[in-house]
Design a protein around this ligand. Structure first.
Ligand SMILES: [Zn+2]
Length: 238
């Protein structure tokens, strides 16, 4: 049955389609991923076009027909994030965040924590260029992976429960491991461990800093965990 509904969403990706249309990959607040066609938006006089840029947070009315794609009926801007496009680093970090959401959240199931986290990250990147750091983007990604249900075990050995001598990270075991269980793990130093614990415990706006080596280990822990358990490949955070 064709129907019309309202939702709020972030435009993750926009692809040219036909003569004047675009296909949008949207991540919505209450319906998870939505694919939609925006008709005529590449025409100069289109009222919808300018509001449906990637990274924009919008309120939409969508028409659901028989096909896989909805049709955009109307759009209001919630937050256009105009400053994001003025700083190359901000734009790259924001685009990377949308790409991670595209890969990790592909179902029509709502995940409000993930949606709120994405909106918050984009708003912070828009308001302060200094937020465009590897540490901030990794903190975002750690929280995103948590929202997706793949929280790494950080408190004790993921294999045997030992609380001391945790010097490795095992993507297969899903967390830190002790010396006796280190098979299949890579070196995971105190700096990386502390960064991950703090990143998950503090609000995104107060995310921790860490040296590059520690960030590289945290990045590897996050991406190999989702690769192993969700079969999703995430590009490393630069
Ligand atoms: Zn162990």
């Amino acid at each position: 049955m064709p129907s019309t509904f309202k939702t709020e969403a972030v435009v993750l990706r926009s692809i040219r389609y036909g003569e004047a249309d675009r296909v949008l990959h949207l991540y919505s607040a209450d319906r998870g991923r939505i694919g939609a066609v925006a008709k005529g938006v590449r025409r100069v006089k289109s009222r919808l076009g300018g509001r449906l840029e990637p990274l924009a947070r919008v309120r939409l009315v969508l028409h659901e027909g028989r096909g896989d794609l909805c049709t955009v009926t109307s759009v209001d801007t919630v937050h256009a994030h105009p400053a994001l496009r003025e700083h190359r680093a901000s734009l790259e970090h924001a685009t990377g965040a949308c790409e991670a959401v595209l890969r990790l959240f592909d179902s029509a199931e709502s995940n409000r924590p993930a949606y709120n986290l994405l909106c918050h990250h984009l708003a912070l990147l828009d308001s302060e260029p200094a937020a465009a750091t590897r540490a901030r983007s990794l903190a975002f990604r750690a929280k995103l992976v948590l929202a997706a249900g793949f929280a790494p075990e950080l408190a004790a050995c993921a294999t045997c429960g030992e609380a001391e001598g945790l010097a490795g990270f095992s993507p297969a075991a899903g967390g830190v491991v002790c010396e006796s269980c280190e098979a299949g793990s890579f070196h995971f130093g105190e700096g990386a461990h502390a960064f991950m614990v703090q990143a998950l415990a503090s609000p995104l706006s107060e995310s921790p800093q860490a040296p590059d080596g520690a960030l590289a280990q945290a990045d590897r822990a996050i991406s190999e965990t989702v690769e192993h358990h969700a079969h999703v490949r995430l590009r490393r955070v630069a």
